[in-house]
Design a protein around this ligand. Sequence first.
Ligand code: DX5
Ligand code: ZN
Length: 248
Amino acid sequence: MAQPLKRDCGPPPLIHWAIKEIPEKPMVELLPSILSADFAHLAEEVAAAERGGGTVIHVDVMDGHFVPNITLGPPVVKSLRKATRLPLDCHLMIENAEEFIPAFADAGADWVSVHYEACRHLHRCLELIAQHGMKPAVVLNPATQVDLIRDILHMVHHVLIMSVNPGFGGQRFIEFSLDKIRRLAELRQEMGLAFRIEVDGGVAHDTVTRIVQAGADLLVAGNAVFGAGHPEQDARALLAEARVAAGE
Ligand code: DX5
Ligand code: ZN
Protein backbone atom coordinates (compact mmCIF):
# COMPACT_ATOMS: atom_id res chain seq x y z
CA MET A 1 0.00 0.00 0.00
CA ALA A 2 1.20 3.52 -0.77
CA GLN A 3 2.28 5.46 2.30
CA PRO A 4 0.79 8.88 3.03
CA LEU A 5 2.82 11.86 1.83
CA LYS A 6 5.55 12.98 4.19
CA ARG A 7 5.41 16.76 4.46
CA ASP A 8 7.44 19.34 6.37
CA CYS A 9 7.38 17.59 9.70
CA GLY A 10 9.89 15.34 11.37
CA PRO A 11 13.60 15.16 10.59
CA PRO A 12 15.22 17.25 7.89
CA PRO A 13 15.14 15.92 4.34
CA LEU A 14 17.56 13.12 3.58
CA ILE A 15 19.53 14.44 0.66
CA HIS A 16 22.24 12.04 1.77
CA TRP A 17 23.54 11.29 -1.69
CA ALA A 18 24.12 14.93 -2.65
CA ILE A 19 27.58 15.14 -4.10
CA LYS A 20 29.59 18.11 -2.93
CA GLU A 21 32.86 17.50 -4.70
CA ILE A 22 33.54 16.88 -8.33
CA PRO A 23 34.66 13.27 -8.68
CA GLU A 24 36.49 11.89 -11.67
CA LYS A 25 34.59 12.28 -14.91
CA PRO A 26 31.64 9.87 -14.72
CA MET A 27 31.57 6.96 -17.14
CA VAL A 28 29.14 7.34 -19.96
CA GLU A 29 26.11 5.06 -19.47
CA LEU A 30 23.36 3.82 -21.74
CA LEU A 31 19.79 3.87 -20.41
CA PRO A 32 17.52 1.83 -22.68
CA SER A 33 14.04 3.40 -22.74
CA ILE A 34 11.36 0.72 -22.66
CA LEU A 35 8.90 3.05 -24.41
CA SER A 36 10.01 1.51 -27.71
CA ALA A 37 10.16 -2.07 -26.39
CA ASP A 38 7.57 -4.80 -26.89
CA PHE A 39 5.44 -4.38 -23.76
CA ALA A 40 4.23 -7.98 -24.00
CA HIS A 41 7.82 -9.17 -23.51
CA LEU A 42 9.31 -6.51 -21.28
CA ALA A 43 11.48 -8.83 -19.19
CA GLU A 44 13.18 -10.32 -22.28
CA GLU A 45 13.61 -6.92 -23.90
CA VAL A 46 15.21 -5.48 -20.78
CA ALA A 47 17.48 -8.50 -20.39
CA ALA A 48 18.65 -8.14 -24.00
CA ALA A 49 19.35 -4.43 -23.57
CA GLU A 50 21.30 -5.22 -20.42
CA ARG A 51 23.44 -7.81 -22.25
CA GLY A 52 24.15 -5.08 -24.80
CA GLY A 53 25.56 -2.83 -22.08
CA GLY A 54 22.54 -0.91 -20.71
CA THR A 55 23.20 -0.12 -17.05
CA VAL A 56 20.01 1.70 -15.99
CA ILE A 57 16.48 1.11 -17.33
CA HIS A 58 14.60 4.26 -18.32
CA VAL A 59 10.86 4.07 -17.65
CA ASP A 60 8.59 6.70 -19.23
CA VAL A 61 5.48 7.43 -17.19
CA MET A 62 2.86 9.48 -19.07
CA ASP A 63 -0.55 10.57 -17.87
CA GLY A 64 -2.33 11.88 -20.96
CA HIS A 65 -2.46 15.36 -19.39
CA PHE A 66 1.05 16.75 -19.13
CA VAL A 67 1.88 14.92 -22.36
CA PRO A 68 -0.48 13.70 -25.08
CA ASN A 69 0.14 10.01 -24.45
CA ILE A 70 -0.51 7.40 -21.75
CA THR A 71 1.92 4.67 -20.79
CA LEU A 72 2.34 2.93 -17.47
CA GLY A 73 2.50 3.42 -13.72
CA PRO A 74 3.64 1.81 -10.46
CA PRO A 75 2.27 -1.72 -11.17
CA VAL A 76 4.52 -2.10 -14.21
CA VAL A 77 7.47 -0.66 -12.27
CA LYS A 78 6.79 -3.26 -9.59
CA SER A 79 6.89 -6.07 -12.15
CA LEU A 80 10.03 -4.68 -13.76
CA ARG A 81 11.65 -4.55 -10.34
CA LYS A 82 11.35 -8.33 -10.19
CA ALA A 83 12.64 -8.75 -13.75
CA THR A 84 15.96 -6.87 -13.47
CA ARG A 85 18.54 -5.85 -10.93
CA LEU A 86 19.42 -2.69 -12.86
CA PRO A 87 18.33 0.64 -11.35
CA LEU A 88 14.96 1.87 -12.64
CA ASP A 89 15.00 5.49 -13.78
CA CYS A 90 11.38 6.69 -13.72
CA HIS A 91 10.80 9.76 -15.88
CA LEU A 92 7.50 11.18 -14.68
CA MET A 93 5.67 13.08 -17.40
CA ILE A 94 2.66 13.60 -15.18
CA GLU A 95 0.80 16.30 -13.34
CA ASN A 96 0.63 16.18 -9.54
CA ALA A 97 3.80 14.11 -9.38
CA GLU A 98 4.03 14.64 -5.61
CA GLU A 99 0.96 12.50 -5.05
CA PHE A 100 2.58 9.51 -6.71
CA ILE A 101 6.06 9.56 -5.19
CA PRO A 102 5.23 7.09 -2.38
CA ALA A 103 3.70 4.65 -4.85
CA PHE A 104 6.78 4.72 -7.07
CA ALA A 105 8.99 4.21 -4.02
CA ASP A 106 6.90 1.22 -2.96
CA ALA A 107 7.07 -0.18 -6.48
CA GLY A 108 10.87 -0.15 -6.38
CA ALA A 109 11.88 2.91 -8.42
CA ASP A 110 15.50 4.00 -7.87
CA TRP A 111 15.74 7.30 -9.70
CA VAL A 112 12.76 9.63 -10.13
CA SER A 113 12.73 12.69 -12.33
CA VAL A 114 10.01 15.32 -12.41
CA HIS A 115 9.44 18.06 -14.96
CA TYR A 116 10.20 21.66 -14.09
CA GLU A 117 7.13 22.56 -16.17
CA ALA A 118 4.78 20.20 -14.33
CA CYS A 119 5.88 20.70 -10.75
CA ARG A 120 4.48 23.74 -8.99
CA HIS A 121 6.53 23.09 -5.86
CA LEU A 122 9.67 21.64 -7.34
CA HIS A 123 11.84 22.04 -4.22
CA ARG A 124 9.31 20.20 -2.08
CA CYS A 125 8.91 17.49 -4.68
CA LEU A 126 12.67 16.86 -4.89
CA GLU A 127 12.85 16.65 -1.10
CA LEU A 128 9.99 14.20 -1.08
CA ILE A 129 11.72 11.94 -3.60
CA ALA A 130 14.90 11.94 -1.50
CA GLN A 131 12.94 11.32 1.70
CA HIS A 132 11.57 8.21 0.06
CA GLY A 133 15.08 6.92 -0.54
CA MET A 134 15.18 7.58 -4.30
CA LYS A 135 17.52 9.76 -6.34
CA PRO A 136 15.79 12.98 -7.39
CA ALA A 137 16.20 14.64 -10.73
CA VAL A 138 14.66 17.48 -12.67
CA VAL A 139 13.70 17.39 -16.34
CA LEU A 140 13.69 20.35 -18.70
CA ASN A 141 11.58 20.53 -21.84
CA PRO A 142 13.28 21.83 -24.96
CA ALA A 143 11.84 25.33 -24.45
CA THR A 144 12.94 25.63 -20.80
CA GLN A 145 16.20 27.41 -20.05
CA VAL A 146 18.84 25.66 -18.00
CA ASP A 147 19.53 28.70 -15.80
CA LEU A 148 16.01 28.54 -14.32
CA ILE A 149 16.97 25.57 -12.13
CA ARG A 150 20.19 27.02 -10.77
CA ASP A 151 18.88 27.25 -7.20
CA ILE A 152 17.96 23.59 -6.92
CA LEU A 153 20.96 22.07 -8.71
CA HIS A 154 22.58 21.15 -5.39
CA MET A 155 19.59 18.88 -4.67
CA VAL A 156 19.61 16.70 -7.75
CA HIS A 157 21.35 13.49 -8.65
CA HIS A 158 20.99 14.39 -12.33
CA VAL A 159 19.36 16.81 -14.71
CA LEU A 160 17.50 15.42 -17.68
CA ILE A 161 17.63 17.55 -20.80
CA MET A 162 14.77 16.66 -23.14
CA SER A 163 16.07 16.81 -26.68
CA VAL A 164 12.59 16.19 -28.13
CA ASN A 165 9.21 17.30 -26.86
CA PRO A 166 8.14 14.62 -24.39
CA GLY A 167 5.38 12.17 -25.25
CA PHE A 168 6.65 9.91 -27.99
CA GLY A 169 9.64 7.86 -29.05
CA GLY A 170 11.34 8.04 -32.41
CA GLN A 171 11.34 11.84 -32.81
CA ARG A 172 14.08 13.92 -34.35
CA PHE A 173 16.79 15.33 -32.07
CA ILE A 174 16.47 19.08 -31.46
CA GLU A 175 19.89 20.53 -32.25
CA PHE A 176 19.95 23.42 -29.77
CA SER A 177 19.83 20.84 -26.95
CA LEU A 178 23.59 20.63 -27.42
CA ASP A 179 23.95 24.24 -26.23
CA LYS A 180 21.83 23.41 -23.20
CA ILE A 181 24.03 20.45 -22.31
CA ARG A 182 27.12 22.65 -22.60
CA ARG A 183 25.53 25.38 -20.44
CA LEU A 184 24.59 22.85 -17.79
CA ALA A 185 28.10 21.40 -17.71
CA GLU A 186 29.43 24.95 -17.34
CA LEU A 187 27.07 25.66 -14.41
CA ARG A 188 28.10 22.41 -12.75
CA GLN A 189 31.73 23.43 -12.97
CA GLU A 190 31.04 27.00 -11.76
CA MET A 191 29.00 25.77 -8.80
CA GLY A 192 31.35 22.95 -7.83
CA LEU A 193 28.64 20.31 -8.09
CA ALA A 194 28.67 16.84 -9.54
CA PHE A 195 25.14 16.06 -10.70
CA ARG A 196 25.04 13.99 -13.86
CA ILE A 197 23.68 15.14 -17.20
CA GLU A 198 21.11 12.93 -18.88
CA VAL A 199 19.78 13.39 -22.40
CA ASP A 200 16.52 11.93 -23.69
CA GLY A 201 15.16 12.02 -27.23
CA GLY A 202 16.69 11.25 -30.58
CA VAL A 203 19.85 9.72 -29.13
CA ALA A 204 21.10 7.60 -32.05
CA HIS A 205 24.11 6.97 -34.27
CA ASP A 206 23.91 10.34 -35.97
CA THR A 207 23.72 12.32 -32.71
CA VAL A 208 25.40 10.38 -29.93
CA THR A 209 28.95 11.60 -30.55
CA ARG A 210 27.97 15.26 -30.43
CA ILE A 211 25.77 14.67 -27.35
CA VAL A 212 28.63 13.07 -25.44
CA GLN A 213 31.13 15.69 -26.59
CA ALA A 214 28.77 18.41 -25.35
CA GLY A 215 29.01 16.91 -21.85
CA ALA A 216 26.21 14.37 -21.33
CA ASP A 217 27.01 11.09 -19.61
CA LEU A 218 23.60 9.43 -19.17
CA LEU A 219 22.20 8.54 -22.58
CA VAL A 220 18.57 7.49 -22.88
CA ALA A 221 17.73 5.64 -26.08
CA GLY A 222 14.42 4.05 -27.03
CA ASN A 223 14.11 3.70 -30.76
CA ALA A 224 17.84 3.27 -31.33
CA VAL A 225 17.88 0.28 -28.95
CA PHE A 226 14.49 -1.40 -29.40
CA GLY A 227 13.17 -0.03 -32.69
CA ALA A 228 14.74 -2.55 -35.06
CA GLY A 229 14.08 -5.67 -33.00
CA HIS A 230 17.66 -6.51 -31.96
CA PRO A 231 18.19 -4.61 -28.72
CA GLU A 232 21.34 -6.42 -27.63
CA GLN A 233 23.37 -5.64 -30.76
CA ASP A 234 21.94 -2.15 -31.16
CA ALA A 235 22.60 -1.20 -27.53
CA ARG A 236 26.15 -2.50 -27.82
CA ALA A 237 26.86 -0.55 -31.01
CA LEU A 238 25.42 2.71 -29.66
CA LEU A 239 27.31 2.43 -26.38
CA ALA A 240 30.55 1.70 -28.23
CA GLU A 241 30.15 4.93 -30.20
CA ALA A 242 29.39 6.87 -27.03
CA ARG A 243 32.51 5.51 -25.32
CA VAL A 244 34.71 6.47 -28.22
CA ALA A 245 33.26 9.99 -28.08
CA ALA A 246 33.92 10.11 -24.33
CA GLY A 247 37.49 8.93 -24.83
CA GLU A 248 36.89 5.81 -22.69
C1 DX5 B 1 9.86 10.66 -24.82
C2 DX5 B 1 10.53 9.80 -23.80
C3 DX5 B 1 11.77 9.13 -24.20
C4 DX5 B 1 11.67 8.24 -25.41
C5 DX5 B 1 12.87 8.54 -26.24
O1 DX5 B 1 8.93 11.46 -24.22
O2 DX5 B 1 10.84 10.55 -22.63
O3 DX5 B 1 12.37 8.42 -23.13
O4 DX5 B 1 11.66 6.87 -25.14
O5 DX5 B 1 12.73 7.88 -27.42
P1 DX5 B 1 13.79 7.91 -28.59
O6 DX5 B 1 15.09 7.44 -28.02
O7 DX5 B 1 13.18 6.97 -29.55
O8 DX5 B 1 13.86 9.33 -29.09
ZN1 ZN C 1 12.07 9.58 -21.04
